[in-house]
Design a protein around this ligand. Structure first.
Ligand code: ADP
Ligand code: MG
Length: 250
């Protein structure tokens, strides 16, 4: 059986800088996959390439400043998506929750979620999706009328993920959701992400907090300087002393 997401030999160059170098990665239809690695390894670039944003940037900049080269292939549900536009990829249900994503600050929680459902793919109606989002994020249900800009950082991050779910995500890619959050809030956020996965949404999670990801994930990839240097189940990666010391910070 094919995996839900298949990334094959993906390379990204910004001018002369090789940011991703022949990356291959898969996410199965029911998996929770972690993507870890040092700062600047290329994790965000990989998620942005999968979501069509690198390709988009390359087209925008063609013939102007800088030269972006994207090579390799990305398949989603068996279908090539690497030359599609970001909105086309999202319509297929591959949804990215980018780093430092913040909700529309001046809208309420409910309005933010409804904005997430706008132009969504899939077949379930908005009411059903809203119910599901509130069931997964009870904190948000209690604050549906609150202006999003007045939510705590953790609640805003939850809202960003809930909004992605309103888009009927078939795969949720989340980039460093815990960035800038207090430890206690991080814990709550990870619990919420685990609930999303238990509810049947496959997850590809990028996180600095390696220990936390490894407790939640089925498998992981370790990215360093644009290359996958290791992959496997958490226990297997944890057992590798060199990897732990050099790349995982554990
Ligand atoms: N749009 C861009 N233009 C040029 N260089 C970029 C761009 N985005 C990222 N980079 C470079 O790519 C490298 C990897 O960045 P990034 O993917 O953000 O790493 P990570 O998310 O693992 O910290 C960094 O050296 C960064 O400066
Ligand atoms: Mg990043």
């Amino acid at each position: 059986m094919r995996s839900l997401l298949e990334v094959g030999n993906l390379s990204v160059r910004y001018d002369k800088a090789q940011i991703l170098n022949g990356v291959s990665l898969e996410v199965g239809a029911e998996e929770f996959v972690g993507l870890v690695g040092p700062n600047g390894a290329g994790k965000s670039t990989l998620l942005r390439a999968i979501s069509g944003l690198v390709n988009f940037e390359a087209r925008m900049k063609r013939g102007t400043t800088g030269n972006i080269v994207l090579e390799g292939e990305v398949r989603f549900g068996g279908e090539r998506i690497d030359s599609l536009a970001p909105h086309e990829i999202r319509m297929k249900g591959l949804v990215l929750c980018p780093e430092r994503r913040r909700p529309f600050r001046e809208l309420t929680v409910l309005e933010n979620l409804m904005a997430g459902a706008y132009l969504a793919s899939g077949s379930t109606d908005t009411g059903t999706r809203l119910e599901r989002a509130f069931a997964l994020f009870p904190q948000l249900a209690a604050r549906s009328g609150q202006i999003a800009g007045t939510l705590s950082g953790g609640e805003q991050q939850m809202l960003a993920i809930a909004r992605a779910l309103m888009f009927e995500a078939k795969l949720l890619c989340i980039d460093e959701p815990s960035l800038g959050l207090a430890p206690k809030i991080r814990g709550e956020l990870f619990v919420a992400i685990a609930r999303v996965h238990e509810a049947g949404v496959p997850v590809l999670l990028v996180e600095q907090e390696v220990g936390q990801v490894f407790r939640m994930s089925d498998r992981n990839y370790v990215l360093s300087q644009g290359k996958i240097i290791a992959h496997g189940p958490s226990a297997q990666l944890m057992a590798d002393e060199t990897l732990r010391a050099s790349y995982l910070g554990l």
